[in-house]
Design a protein around this ligand. Structure first.
Ligand code: ADP
Ligand code: MG
Length: 334
């Protein structure tokens, strides 16, 4: 349904999207994942014919975005980061306006407005001014305008950003409900969102494609490796030397990586990752004790999609709250 080949987009000298290629099959729901500034919005703007690519090609339902933009636009519903709403219009009036622009015949327009308003749970505010709506309602009106012409493809740019937790749940459910009828690409910098909604994931960082896989494969890619949270304290009033601790732990057979999560109040919190299939806990405990430090804590935290994501994108470690955090925004959450 969507085929992107060698797509590159430059803004002046800055390369925002750098030679990326991917394919999306009909009916799939795909998470477009990457830290802020990765190039997600830029790619979506090219796919929706808002901007031409600098190089490479993008095709939607066999139509090229440069050669047949009208055909592409007919088949795409787009929800930009900021929905294109007119605050001084009433909801139904706005949806009818968009429907007319998208070529819905006058005779069926009112019925179609009712349908999408119900589908997106904005039926109860049809006569309200858009300026009076909450952010969650506005986002759903944004979704309603994106699906009004029943497009094959839906492109949703950070559809849950800026919503409160309840609105996020409602919007995610709504998107999942739309999945049967449409091919959906949604961008996000929030990992659990991808795990909850998507089947496939395309990960980009700094304009480059770093992974494209099923969510299940991605999660199992590093299965077999173990991640262990360790807290080490000094003994006898001595202080800990971070470099020395790291070196000691990295020297243990089977240890892959040692990450210092924080060093506070003289304590060191670390995450120690094993190599595939290696069991390192006993050796880890022994090494800490033999070095003359106190071992306050040692427990397995598993390897989450978050860690895999950070690994793949090279996003900074401080963007992650804790290895077991359930919701993590990578980047500044603009
Ligand atoms: N209109 C623009 N002019 C110049 N640079 C831009 C413009 N839009 C985006 N960029 C830059 O391109 C890169 C990718 O941005 P964007 O596609 O918005 O990323 P994302 O949506 O993943 O956060 C960023 O470095 C951003 O600063
Ligand atoms: Mg963006």
């Amino acid at each position: 349904m969507i085929k992107v080949e060698g797509l590159t987009k430059r803004y002046a000298r800055h390369v925002a999207v750098d030679n990326i290629s991917f394919e999306i099959q009909k009916g799939q729901i795909v998470g477009f994942l990457g830290p802020n500034g990765a190039g997600k919005t830029t790619t979506m703007r090219v796919l929706t014919c808002f901007m031409p690519p600098s190089a490479g090609s993008a095709r939607v339902a066999e139509f090229d975005v440069l050669e047949q933009p009208m055909e592409v636009k007919k088949r795409i519903g787009y929800l930009p980061e900021t929905p294109p709403l007119y605050p001084e219009m009433e909801v139904a009036e706005y949806l009818a306006y968009v429907g007319k622009l998208k070529g819905i015949p006058k005779a069926s327009l009112a019925k179609r407005v009712d349908e999408v308003a119900d589908r997106c749970s904005v039926g109860d505010v049809k006569a309200k001014l858009i300026s009076k709506l909450s952010k969650g309602y506005r986002q759903r009106v944004g979704l309603a305008q994106a699906i009004i012409h029943n497009p094959d493809v839906l492109i949703l740019d950070e559809p849950t950003s800026g919503l409160d937790p309840q609105q996020i749940i409602e919007t995610r459910d709504l998107i999942k409900g739309l999945a049967g009828d449409h091919t959906i690409i949604l961008s996000t910098h929030i990992l659990p969102e991808v795990e909850q909604i998507c089947e496939q994931v395309i990960i980009i960082a700094r304009g480059k494609l770093v992974a494209t896989d099923s969510v299940a494969n991605l999660t199992s890619r590093l299965r077999g490796a173990e991640s262990i949270a360790v807290q080490i304290a000094p003994r006898n009033g001595l202080s800990l030397n971070e470099g020395e601790v790291r070196e000691r732990l990295e020297g243990i057979s089977g240890v892959g990586r040692v990450i210092v999560r924080d060093a506070r109040d003289g304590l060191l919190n670390l995450t120690v990752e094993s190599e595939q299939g290696k069991h390192i806990r006993p050796e880890l405990a022994r090494a800490v004790i033999e070095a003359g430090w106190n071992l306050n804590e040692l427990h397995s935290v598993g390897l989450s999609l978050e860690e895999i994501f950070l690994e793949l994108t090279g996003a900074p470690k401080q963007d992650i709250d804790a290895p077991h955090a359930t919701t993590v925004g990578v980047g500044d959450g603009q």
